[in-house]
Design a binder for this molecule. Structure first.
Ligand SMILES: Nc1nc2c([nH]c(=O)n2[C@H]2C[C@H](O)[C@@H](COP(=O)(O)OP(=O)(O)OP(=O)(O)O)O2)c(=O)[nH]1
Length: 331
């Protein structure tokens, strides 16, 4: 085959799973040719050259076409100079067993994308698709015994330990001990959406849509060094213990934008309730059309006045998507 197969992308909350493309080869090579990634993978030699990435990508097309295995690119959106740009984050795969009743799950995520729950989100998306489309009865997987991170991902997906084995690791040049995991169709469906970690706390953040006379809304770009850096958000911040959301917002607007807002100008509009990997965000969003002082970006953050219908061009935190839709309806 000379082109990727026609396969409708699978979309999850933050990610798109799609066939690899020839032009993914350089990014794939960069992400996998990293010992921290390669050492956990049985079928990837190390070092891993660009030519290998190119020929492997082509081989995945034939497997999808034959209905034998689905190795898909995990892609996400990152802010770029001309708006959000697609970025290769890792790969996720299901390979049918010889009897076609079960399949082996595999995945890897580039090191710079670790810690954001990419693997469970992508693997759950692919498993859900496969259960619906292929009528699988079971999914199994293996993880290096020392790879506790991967074992945790498999458990979150509903797979249970199913023994140990030795498996040849090309990257290690020999056999390595692995833990085996398995789940029936019912077990996966019961936990298809990765459950929240039990200790996930609720984080209260107050935010505001500042609206100017033209109906444009102020977005601020999250500075480098903060979580979700580079994404555009509504001004605001965490509510401190003992503080009301309105007081927190008035404080944050002074600290971040040097403007004075009175409580009576903050109209409750809607709220976001969103499960992030490490906490659950509860974020009331207020509307405000009147403030005092001369606005300036105190922390050097980029600011943009944006019409709600143009907000799609600004990469925003996943929690904000429903808020944007409501602003588009309302303003
Ligand atoms: N302000 C704001 N925060 C948002 C939005 N969407 C969204 O997911 N968040 C999340 C990102 C952060 O995890 C959290 C806000 O925390 P933050 O770290 O910016 O709060 P802060 O200004 O108090 O920051 P800091 O003093 O702790 O540095 O809420 C949004 O539109 N505006």
């Amino acid at each position: 085959m000379t082109a990727p197969p026609d396969f409708p992308p699978i979309r999850t909350e933050r990610l798109t799973l799609r066939p690899l493309r020839a032009e993914d080869a350089p990014a794939l090579h960069r992400l996998v040719n990293d010992w921290e990634v390669a050492k956990t993978l049985a079928r990837v030699p190390y070092p891993y050259g660009l030519d290998r990435a190119e020929s492997w990508i082509r081989s995945t097309w034939a497997q999808i076409e034959a209905g034998e295995a689905w190795h898909l690119a995990i892609t996400g959106e990152e802010p770029g100079p001309e708006g959000p740009a697609e970025t290769l984050v890792g790969c996720v795969a299901l390979t049918l067993d010889a009897d076609r009743r079960g399949a082996e799950l595999g995945y890897w995520v580039g090191r710079k994308f670790w810690g954001h729950g990419v693997a469970p989100e992508a693997a759950a998306g692919l498993c859900r698709w496969a259960l619906a489309q292929l009528g699988l009865e079971a999914v199994h997987a293996s993880a290096l015994r020392e790879n506790t991170r991967s074992a945790a991902v498999l458990r979150r997906l509903g797979l249970r330990p199913a023994g140990e084995a030795m498996q040849t690791f090309l990257s290690r040049g020999g056999p390595m001990p692995v833990l085996l995991f398995r789940a029936t169709r019912e077990e996966i469906l019961a936990t298809a959406v990765p459950p929240a970690p039990a200790d996930r706390t609720v984080l209260l953040v107050a935010a505001v849509a500042l609206v100017d006379a033209d109906g444009r809304v102020l977005l601020a770009r999250r500075p480098e060094g903060k979580p979700l850096a580079g994404l555009w958000e509504f001004p605001g911040g965490k509510v401190k213990p003992g503080e009301s959301p309105e007081a927190a917002l008035i404080r944050e607007l002074k600290e971040e934008l040097d403007i004075d807002v009175s409580e009576s100008c903050l109209a409750p509009f809607t709220f976001a309730s969103h499960a992030y990997e490490k906490f659950h965000l509860m974020m009331p969003l207020y509307l405000c059309r009147k403030w005092g002082g001369t606005m300036r970006a105190v922390e050097g953050q980029a600011l943009a006045w944006v019409r709600p219908r143009q907000m799609g061009g600004y990469a925003m935190p996943p929690a904000d998507k429903p808020l944007v839709a409501m602003l588009q309806d309302f303003l």
